[in-house]
Write a protein that binds this ligand. Structure first.
Ligand SMILES: [Zn+2]
Length: 79
C-alpha cells in the first residue's frame, strides 16, 4: 500500500513555510517622494541603474502620478 499521497506534482520547487515577498514588489516605490505602490494610483517605471557587467537592474527607479503632476506644474510655472 504505497499509494502516492503527495498531491499533484508541478515539477517546480517545493513551497516552504511563509510567503516570500517578490523582490520587485518591495522596490515598487516612487523614487521621488518614496510612496509605495499602494499609496499612489499610478506608478511609472523608469530604466533604473543597471550593472554594466551583468546588465541586471540594481537600482530600479519609479515615479508616481503625483510627482509627475508636481513636475508638470513646476514646468508650467516656469514657461
Ligand atoms: Zn512620487
Amino acid at each position: 500500500m504505497a499509494a502516492e499521497q503527495a498531491g499533484p506534482r508541478w515539477g517546480g520547487q517545493p513551497v516552504r513555510g511563509g510567503t516570500p515577498t517578490p523582490p520587485d514588489l518591495a522596490s515598487l516605490i516612487c523614487s521621488f517622494c518614496g510612496k509605495s505602490r499602494e499609496q499612489v494610483p499610478k506608478l511609472f517605471a523608469g530604466r533604473g541603474v543597471s550593472d554594466p557587467s551583468t546588465g541586471a537592474v540594481i537600482a530600479p527607479v519609479h515615479i508616481c502620478n503625483e510627482c509627475v503632476v508636481l513636475c508638470a506644474d513646476t514646468l508650467a510655472e516656469e514657461v
